[in-house]
Design a protein around this ligand. Sequence first.
Ligand code: FAD
Ligand code: NAP
Length: 338
Amino acid sequence: MFILEDYPLQSLNTFGLAAWARHYVEIHSVDELTDALAFAGARKDPVLILGGGSNVVLTRDHPGLVVRIALRGVEVLEETADHCLLRAAAGEEWHSLVESCLQNEYFGLENLSLIPGTVGAAPIQNIGACGVELKDRLDSLEALDRSTLKIVRFSNQECGFSYRSSLFKQALRDQYVITSVKLKLHKIPAPVTSYGSVERELETMGVTEVTPYDVSQAVCRLRRRRLPDPAVLGNAGSFFKNPVVQTETFNELKSRYEDLISFPETDEGVKLAAGWMIDRMGWKGFRSGPVGVHTEHALVLVNHGGAKAEEVLGLARDIQQSVEGAFGVELEIEPRIY
Ligand code: FAD
Ligand code: NAP
């Protein structure tokens, strides 16, 4: 394990923001992780855990230790005629895992194709796309308690998953390092095609007998069309969560905006399309110097090159204020701000 000093983080966050770590280490085993946390603990240094850096906004240099999770390995723990239980280490790349599961005919992750980042970060915000969330496939996970340095197992229920969130993003924030996840996948294909844009893409592709491979291909096609590739244009995916409002608020808004986009009511309330509200306020394609809003997707803030964190957060604030002014709805920022 090599702890490096004064390490640049610009290429380690997909927004491409310039920041430096006082100390930096890549860990390849749980022992190395324990040693790294002990090193920082002895110095009373703050620790920042990084996976692929695709859901963070780095606003300043990190004064302590940045730990990049590079734990690798995928193993099948159990296989029956209709399901498979597999464990994947936290540093595995998420999309590679989705692809290898499809190749091995373990189904259920196809709607989550092409989400950037690592396996270990996936539970943090309960990654979701196109009608499926991680919580629908996760059996349990293992995590290192950052204060006791002991491994703890969390069942699916104990993770407190909700829409783009979990206990690890709320009450247990920064207390655990996820080291591996266990996923329960199907051996018998059960493609989820009810999600509007996936259904339409499958139609465009001319698919009639839908397989999980078709779903993955449809999801990849629509994502490649609408989302900027971070290797070309810095971004952290959706910058805001879709707000969930009470029915009365929804009814009042619907009476004012006939074309308001919303989704069926759940126990949490009525979900509104934040992208629609931002677009309606004229922000789509907006650019101010190096920062802007993606031309194809109003939820995605972009770095055209050389953006500073305060410019990104300034634009985010302006968008939040304009949406709140018009709709009375508060937009919550999705990535973690450091
Ligand atoms: P990082 O950005 O490195 O970290 C995110 C947070 O998790 C940080 O707080 C970090 O400290 C913490 N963390 C990371 N690893 C661990 C660990 N092992 N243990 C404990 N804490 C950890 N998200 C979706 O939900 N759905 C999408 O469809 C989606 N599409 C995206 C598209 C694009 C183009 C981009 C850039 C992002 C998108 N995202 C999406 C957001 C992002 O990809 C996910 O949140 C992803 O899970 C982040 O993984 P990461 O490894 O990059 O995490
Ligand atoms: P889209 O299909 O154009 O839909 C736009 C918005 O409407 C999405 O935010 C989506 O909510 C919501 N929506 C559409 N159909 C829905 C349905 N049947 N039920 C409930 N909600 C519905 O979305 P997109 O922007 O092209 O992205 C495709 C998928 O990738 C979406 O699921 C999106 O969340 C995900 N994505 C996430 C990020 C991120 O960083 N978090 C970035 C890019 C894409 P949901 O967001 O709840 O699905």
